[in-house]
Design a protein around this ligand. Structure first.
Ligand SMILES: *Cc1c(COP(=O)(O)O)cnc(C)c1O
Length: 350
């Protein structure tokens, strides 16, 4: 079965070999305070910086999940009020999780076919603006210029961006925001249980200014530990090792993005030809390159999902309110040309 699920998704073909290597090299029982660990952690951070074009003055941390990053932001970076711009289920979940820790969180909804109108997004209230760059639940994205403009217009706010299903798949303009994060089971092509969080100097300053140290994962504590390439708790050492190996083998992010966008263009052709299936997001300006949501009637969707399974393709279920009449397809780097071609061929006839 080939998984086209947009997370957890198909892992990179090389992962089984890397796991064997990890076992052979003693990584599986490596002490997280050891010199070897610190060397590996530093190397992984360097590779992230190099392959994803993360600015030199931005700090990089390891966490366990994107959900953990939501909470870290709520506890360690929100002074009194966060503003949540969202059009789908993940953005809404982020808002819900934040509200429990920081009750003044404000929702700011927009429609999934609409581009965020950055010119109107000037906030007098709030101190962190949260947005989801790639909304995995409906297959939409917010472009880099919009994020940059929001930042420019709100110089007293931090801009925090959930890029879980786009980081390592498309080029992100890290300078356009203060906090970026992603877990590795999407575009990195790795098993779940590790996430990467990237912070601007302004975000680090905010952490220091707030001095919040009540939690094992308080950002200030994490920042201090990362001075020695360590984490406050025993991290997913195997996950970090796999991340290092995957990154070493990956092309620079602009090359990866070209490949992803080329495939995306091919997917557009498939749904032009298909009789019953069409793309759920009509507006090409907001459509995600890495997660495609496909719509049809309930019966067609049930039929296509069942037929796909019989043919060895696992499609992503529709999410939330769109569960019945959509399915989702990952367009992630670890998927192989041959696999993508065969699903394309199959869906063209539907
Ligand atoms: C998958 C996903 C998450 C959740 O990731 P976890 O690693 O399970 O916490 C959060 N946000 C977005 C946009 C996602 O796609």
């Amino acid at each position: 079965m080939i998984s086209f699920y947009p997370g957890p998704s198909r892992v990179d073909d090389a992962v089984p070999q890397y796991v064997k290597d990890a076992h052979r090299k003693g990584i599986l029982s490596m002490n997280h305070r050891s010199e070897e660990f610190m060397v590996m952690s530093e190397k992984t951070v360097e590779l992230l910086r190099q392959k994803l074009n993360i600015p030199k003055n931005y700090s990089i941390y390891f966490t366990s999940s994107a959900t953990e990053c939501w909470e870290i932001i709520a506890q360690s970076l929100v002074k009194s009020e966060s503003i949540h711009l969202f059009n789908g289920a993940f953005g809404e979940k982020w808002y819900d999780y934040t509200k429990r820790l920081s009750p003044n969180a404000q929702p700011h909804l927009f429609k999934h076919e609409d581009q965020l109108d950055a010119a109107k997004l000037i906030f007098k209230n709030g101190d962190v603006i949260c947005l989801t760059q790639n909304e995995t639940s409906n297959g939409t994205q917010v472009n880099g210029e919009t994020i940059a403009q929001i930042k420019k217009q709100n110089p007293n706010h931090l801009i925090a961006v959930d890029a879980t299903s786009s980081m390592a798949g498309i080029v992100l303009d890290f300078k356009a925001a203060d906090v970026w994060f992603a877990s590795v089971q999407k575009c990195f092509g790795l098993p779940a249980g590790l996430a990467v969080m990237v912070c601007s100097p302004k975000a680090v300053d905010r952490t220091k200014q707030m001095g919040e140290k009540k939690h094992y994962n308080s950002l200030l504590f994490m920042h201090e530990m990362m001075d020695k390439w360590q984490t406050p708790y025993t991290p997913n050492v195997l996950g970090i090792y796999l991340l290092m190996r995957i990154l070493k083998n990956r092309d620079a992010i602009d090359v990866v993005e070209q490949k992803i966008r080329k495939r995306y263009e091919e997917w557009l052709k498939v749904f032009k030809k298909s009789k019953s299936l069409k793309l759920f997001v009509k507006n090409p300006d907001v459509r995600s390159y890495t997660v495609l949501t496909v719509a049809g009637t309930n019966e067609e969707i049930v039929h296509v999902k069942a037929e796909s399974k019989k043919n060895g393709f696992l499609l992503g279920e529709g999410y939330g309110q769109f569960k019945q009449n959509t399915f989702r397809i990952a367009n992630f780097p670890a998927l192989k040309k041959k696999e993508v071609r065969s699903l394309m061929k199959f869906l063209t006839t539907k």
